[in-house]
Ligand binder design. Structure first.
Ligand code: PLP
Length: 389
C-alpha cells in the first residue's frame, strides 16, 4: 500500500479548497432552493454565437489552431480592444487566446513569479488569485479594503503592503465579489504608486462589459500603464459564455511570448469551436451584450434597494452582477448566516469570509437570476433577518 499524501506537492497540500464549493454541495441536496450563489449569467449564449460554432463543426474545423489562437480571432479582439482602450495591440505578438480568463491568470503569474516573489491581492477577492500565486511559487500578500469605502483600494493601503519582494499586483474592476468599480481618477492614484515601485499589474477585466453607471476605464489606458500591465479578459461574463472556456490576454511582446511558452506546453491552444464562436461574439455581439447589461442593471437596482430596505446595508455596485451586503446587524458570522439562511429559508448565498478576512460580516449574492426568483429570495431573506434583529 502506498501513502498517497506522501507524494503530494507541499504547495498543493497547503491549498484550501474553495469555500464556495461547500455551499453548492449543501444546496445541491435540497429541493426548492433559490441560488444567489453562482457567479455566472442566467442567459444562454446568444444564438448567432452558438450557430457560428455549429457551422465551424459542420465545415470540419476540428483540429488544433495556432498556439496563440486563430489569427482571425486575434484580429477582432485587437479591434475590440482598440475601441475600449484606444490602444493598438498587435494580433501577432501581443495577444493570446486562452482557456478562459482562468488560464490567462495562471500563465500570467507563472510567467512572472520567481520563488518567494510577493504578489499583492486586494481583498475581498476572487477566490483563485491567492491560490494561483502560491501555485506559481509566489507569496500572496493580501491588502484589505473596507465596506465603509465601498471596498475601493486606498492608495496608502497599497503602499504599506509593498516590500522589496513585491513583484506584481492583481487588480479586478469591476470586482468579484463586491461589484465595486474603480473610476479613472482612482486608477490614476494607484498607478502613481505602481510606477514608483516598478510593479507589474495583472488587470483582470472579465466584467468590463458589465459596467452600469460610471464610464468603464481599462487600467491599460491609464498613462504609462500599458507596458507594465497584463490585461486579462474573456467571453464568460459579458457574452454569457462560461461553458465555452474562452478568454484572452494582451500584453507587450516579451511578456506575451513568455506566457505563450507556458501555454504551448501545457495547453496547445484554446478549443477551436469556441474560438469560432468568439469571432462571431466580437463581430456581432454588441447588441446582445447591451440587452443583457440592461437587464442586470434593472435587477441590480431592484435587488440592492430591497436589501437596504430589509436592513442589509449594501453599496450600489458599479459593475458585475454581485451585491455584497453587510449582515453585521444579525450578529451572525457570514458563514453562520449563509448556512442558517440555506437551511431555514432555502436561499443560497456565499459567505463573504471565503473572499478574504475583510469579507467577514458580508455575503455575496449574485443577482443574475430571474426577477421573480430575486423577489422570492428577498421575501425569504426579510423573514430570516426579522427573526434575528
Ligand atoms: N476572474 C474573475 C474576477 C471571475 O469572477 C472569474 C469567474 O468567476 C474568472 C476570472 C474566470 O473566468 P473564466 O470563466 O473566463 O475562466
Amino acid at each position: 500500500m502506498i501513502e498517497p499524501s506522501h507524494y503530494l506537492s507541499s504547495i498543493v497540500k497547503d491549498l484550501k479548497p474553495s469555500g464556495i464549493r461547500k455551499f453548492f454541495d449543501l444546496a445541491a441536496g435540497m429541493e426548492g432552493v433559490i441560488s444567489l450563489g453562482v457567479g455566472e449569467p442566467d442567459f444562454v449564449t446568444p444564438w448567432n454565437i452558438r450557430e457560428a460554432s455549429i457551422l465551424s463543426l459542420e465545415q470540419g474545423y476540428t483540429s488544433y489552431t495556432a498556439n496563440a489562437g486563430l489569427i482571425e480571432l486575434r484580429n477582432v479582439i485587437s479591434g475590440y480592444l482598440k475601441e475600449v482602450t484606444s490602444l493598438d495591440y498587435d494580433p501577432k505578438s501581443e495577444l493570446l487566446v486562452t482557456v478562459g480568463a482562468s488560464q490567462a491568470l495562471d500563465i500570467a503569474l507563472r510567467a512572472i513569479v520567481n520563488p518567494g516573489d510577493e504578489v499583492i491581492v486586494i481583498e475581498p477577492s476572487f477566490v483563485s488569485y491567492a491560490s494561483l500565486v502560491s501555485l506559481a511559487g509566489g507569496v500572496p500578500v493580501s491588502v484589505q479594503t473596507s465596506g465603509d469605502m465601498e471596498f475601493k483600494l486606498q492608495p496608502e493601503e497599497l503602499e504599506k503592503a509593498i516590500t522589496e519582494k513585491t513583484k506584481a499586483i492583481i487588480l479586478c474592476s469591476p470586482n468579484n465579489p463586491t461589484g465595486t468599480l474603480l473610476v479613472k481618477e482612482e486608477l490614476e492614484r494607484l498607478a502613481e504608486i505602481i510606477e514608483k515601485h516598478d510593479l507589474i499589474v495583472i488587470s483582470d477585466e472579465i466584467y468590463a462589459e458589465l459596467t452600469y453607471d460610471d464610464v468603464y476605464t481599462s487600467f491599460v489606458s491609464i498613462a504609462g500603464m500599458a507596458e507594465r500591465t497584463i490585461l486579462i479578459s474573456g467571453f464568460s461574463k459579458g457574452f454569457a459564455m462560461t461553458g465555452w472556456r474562452l478568454g484572452y490576454v494582451a500584453a507587450q511582446p516579451e511578456l506575451l511570448s513568455a506566457m505563450l511558452k507556458i501555454h504551448q506546453y501545457s495547453m496547445m491552444c484554446a478549443p477551436t469551436m469556441a474560438q469560432f464562436a468568439a469571432i462571431e461574439a466580437m463581430k456581432n455581439g454588441k447588441e446582445d451584450v447591451l440587452h443583457m447589461k440592461k437587464s442586470y442593471r434593472q435587477r441590480r437596482n431592484l435587488f440592492v434597494a430591497a436589501l437596504n430596505e430589509i436592513g442589509l446595508t449594501c453599496h450600489v455596485p458599479g459593475g458585475a452582477f454581485y451585491a455584497f451586503p453587510s449582515i453585521k446587524k444579525t450578529n451572525l458570522t457570514s458563514e453562520e448566516f449563509a448556512e442558517q439562511l440555506l437551511i431555514e429559508e432555502k436561499v443560497a448565498v456565499v459567505p463573504g469570509s471565503v473572499f478574504g478576512e475583510c469579507g467577514e460580516g458580508f455575503i455575496r449574492c449574485s443577482y443574475a437570476t430571474s426577477l421573480e426568483q430575486l423577489q422570492e429570495a428577498l421575501k425569504r431573506m426579510q423573514r430570516f433577518v426579522q427573526r434575528r434583529v
